[in-house]
Write a protein that binds this ligand. Structure first.
Ligand code: NAI
Length: 468
C-alpha cells in the first residue's frame, strides 16, 4: 500500500495547484479526482467554457452589429452553433489535458475515482466499475471538493428545459426566450451569451438590484449597459415555482407587492448560487468542525482534525477559482512546514460580460457603513483615446483611497478589459500603495490603463482629461 505525505481530494484549481506546489516542496503527493479530466468545475463546466462562449458570442455580436461602423460590410452572416460548441470543447480538452501533463511533470500520482474517506490517514478510491478500487494511506489529507449549483426545491433541474450553468453551456439551439433566475454572475454571463446569439433574455432577481454585494454604482451601470443589449430585468421578483409542458416553461413569481406573475420561456437557467460539495466522500466520518455549512479552518488551512486540511469553495470566503488556487499554494506550504498566506482583503472579483465588471476591496457603501474616511476618484472610459478607438466607451474606473493616508482601499470598474486592469490595483494594495503611487507611475499611451491612472489622480481632484 502506498503511503503519501499528502493526498489531495479534488482536482479543481484549488486541489491541482496544491498538489503541484506540495510536490515542488518535496512531498510525495497523490491527487484523487472522480471526473475523467482534471480542472474541476472551472476548467470543465465553468470559467473556461463560459469564457469560450462569451468570446465567440461577442465576436458574432460585434460582427453583426458593429462591423458596418468600421466600414466593413458583411453579408451572408450565419451562426453555426455546433462549431461554436466544438471550439469550446476543444479549449476545455486542451486545458484539462495540460493539467494532466503538469501532474506527470511534477510527479503527482493521479487516481481517478471517488475518494471515500475511511479516516484521516486512509482514502479508498472507488472507480465505479472502471477499474479496481485502491486504498491509499497518507500523513496529510487536503480536502478541495469544490461546490455545486444550488437547486431550489420548487424549481428542480430537469437538464432540458430547467437547467443549471452546465446545461446553459450546452444548449443545442439558441433558445427563443431564456428566463434566467438570479441576477448574479452566472446569470449575467450566460444571459449575455444567449442574448448576443439572438435569444430574448429575461433576468428575474429577488433583490432590488442585480449583482448583490457589488458596489451600487457598478451594478446600476451594468444593468443599464446590459439593458441596452436587450436583456430585460425583473427586479424585486421572487420565483416561486415552475410548470414544464411540451418543452416550454411557465414560471410563477411574486413581485414586491406580492402580486402573482407568470413568466413563460422555452429555457430556464437557475443561477441562484452554489453550495459546498461535501456529500460524496464520506467526509462526515471525520466529524470536522463546521461554520455556516462550510468546513472551519485556521489561518493555516488546518481543520479541527490533526492532519486534515481544507481549501476552496468548502471553506470561508468567495467561491472563486483564483481564491482556491492561492489557498492551494498557501496550504501546501503550510503542510510542508513553511509559511503560507492569502490576503483576503485583495481578492479581485470579475464578471466577464461586455462591458466587463471588476472589483477589489470594500464597496463605497461598505466604507460609509464602517465610517472609514475615504476619497474617490472616478474616470470614464468615454474620455480615453484607446477606448474611443475600440468603440468601447461605456463604463468607468473608481478608485477609493483612505482620506488621511491615501492608501488604496478598493477599486470598482465597469468597462473594456477591466478584468485585466484590476490587476494593477490588486498589486498596489498588496504593496500597501497609495493612489499617489498609481498616479505617479507612467502608463503607456494610448492604453486603457490610463483610465486607472486618471482615476487615481481623481482621488486628489487633479484629473487631466476630465472635469474634477
Ligand atoms: P450569485 O450568488 O452570484 O447570484 C445569485 C442571485 O440569485 C442573487 O442575486 C440572489 O438574490 C438571486 N436569487 C436567489 N433566489 C432567487 C429566487 N427565488 N428568485 C429570483 N432570484 C433569486 O450566484 P450565481 O450567479 O449562481 O454564481 C454562483 C457562484 O459561482 C458565485 O458566487 C461565484 O463565486 C461563482 N462564479 C464566478 C464567476 C466569475 O468569477 N466570473 C463566474 C461564474 C460563477
Amino acid at each position: 500500500m502506498d503511503t503519501y505525505d499528502l493526498i489531495v481530494l479534488g482536482g479543481g484549481p484549488g486541489g491541482y495547484v496544491a498538489a503541484i506546489r506540495a510536490s515542488q516542496l518535496g512531498l510525495k503527493t497523490a491527487l484523487v479526482e472522480k471526473r475523467d479530466t482534471l480542472g474541476g468545475t472551472c476548467l470543465n463546466v465553468g470559467c473556461i467554457p463560459s469564457k469560450a462562449l462569451l468570446d465567440s458570442s461577442e465576436f458574432w455580436a460585434r460582427t453583426a452589429g458593429e462591423a458596418a461602423t468600421h466600414g466593413i460590410s458583411v453579408s451572408g452572416l450565419k451562426l453555426d452553433l455546433a462549431t461554436m460548441h466544438q471550439r469550446k470543447d476543444g479549449i476545455v480538452r486542451k486545458l484539462t489535458g495540460g493539467v494532466s501533463m503538469l501532474m506527470k511533470a511534477n510527479k503527482v500520482d493521479v487516481h481517478t475515482g471517488t475518494g471515500w474517506v475511511i479516516d484521516a490517514e486512509t482514502v479508498e478510491v472507488r472507480s465505479a466499475g472502471k477499474g479496481k478500487n485502491v486504498t491509499l494511506k497518507c500523513r496529510n489529507l487536503l480536502l478541495a471538493t469544490g461546490s455545486v449549483p444550488v437547486e431550489l426545491p420548487f424549481l428542480p433541474f430537469d437538464g432540458k428545459v430547467v437547467v443549471d450553468s452546465t446545461g446553459a453551456l450546452a444548449f443545442e439551439k439558441v433558445p427563443d426566450h431564456l428566463v434566467v433566475v438570479g441576477g448574479g454572475v452566472i446569470g449575467l454571463e450566460l444571459g449575455s451569451v444567449w442574448a448576443r446569439l439572438g435569444s430574448k433574455v429575461t433576468v428575474v432577481e429577488v433583490l432590488p438590484e442585480i449583482m448583490a454585494g457589488w458596489d451600487g454604482q457598478i451594478a446600476k451601470t451594468m444593468r443599464r449597459e446590459l439593458g441596452k443589449q436587450g436583456i430585460e430585468f425583473m427586479l424585486k421578483t421572487r420565483v416561486t415555482g415552475v410548470a414544464v409542458n411540451r418543452g416550454k416553461a411557465v414560471l410563477t413569481a411574486q413581485d414586491s407587492a406580492e402580486k402573482e406573475l407568470e413568466i413563460a420561456g422555452d429555457r430556464v437557467l437557475v443561477a441562484v448560487g452554489r453550495r459546498p460539495y461535501l456529500e460524496e466522500g464520506n467526509l462526515e466520518t471525520l466529524a470536522l468542525e463546521m461554520k455556516d455549512r462550510r468546513i472551519s479552518v485556521n489561518g493555516r488551512y488546518a481543520t479541527s482534525l490533526d492532519g486534515v486540511w481544507a481549501i476552496g469553495d468548502i471553506i470561508h470566503g468567495p467561491m472563486l477559482a483564483h481564491k482556491a488556487e492561492d489557498e492551494g499554494m498557501a496550504a501546501a506550504e503550510c503542510i510542508a512546514g513553511r509559511a503560507g498566506h492569502v490576503n483576503y482583503g485583495a481578492i479581485p472579483n470579475v464578471i466577464y460580460t461586455w462591458p466587463e465588471a471588476a472589483s477589489v476591496g470594500p464597496t463605497e457603501e461598505q466604507l460609509k457603513e464602517q465610517g472609514v474616511p475615504y476619497r474617490a476618484g472616478t474616470f470614464p472610459f468615454a474620455a480615453n483615446g484607446r477606448a474611443l478607438a475600440m468603440d468601447a466607451t461605456a463604463g468607468f474606473v473608481k478608485i477609493l483611497a483612505h482620506a488621511e493616508s491615501d492608501a488604496v482601499l478598493a477599486a470598482h470598474m465597469v468597462g473594456p478589459w477591466v478584468s485585466d486592469l484590476i490587476g494593477e490595483v490588486v498589486t498596489t494594495m498588496e504593496y500597501g500603495g497609495s493612489a499617489e503611487d498609481i498616479a505617479r507611475s507612467t502608463h503607456a499611451h494610448p492604453t486603457l490603463s490610463e483610465v486607472v491612472k486618471e482615476a487615481a489622480l481623481g482621488v486628489d481632484g487633479r484629473m487631466i482629461h476630465a472635469k474634477n
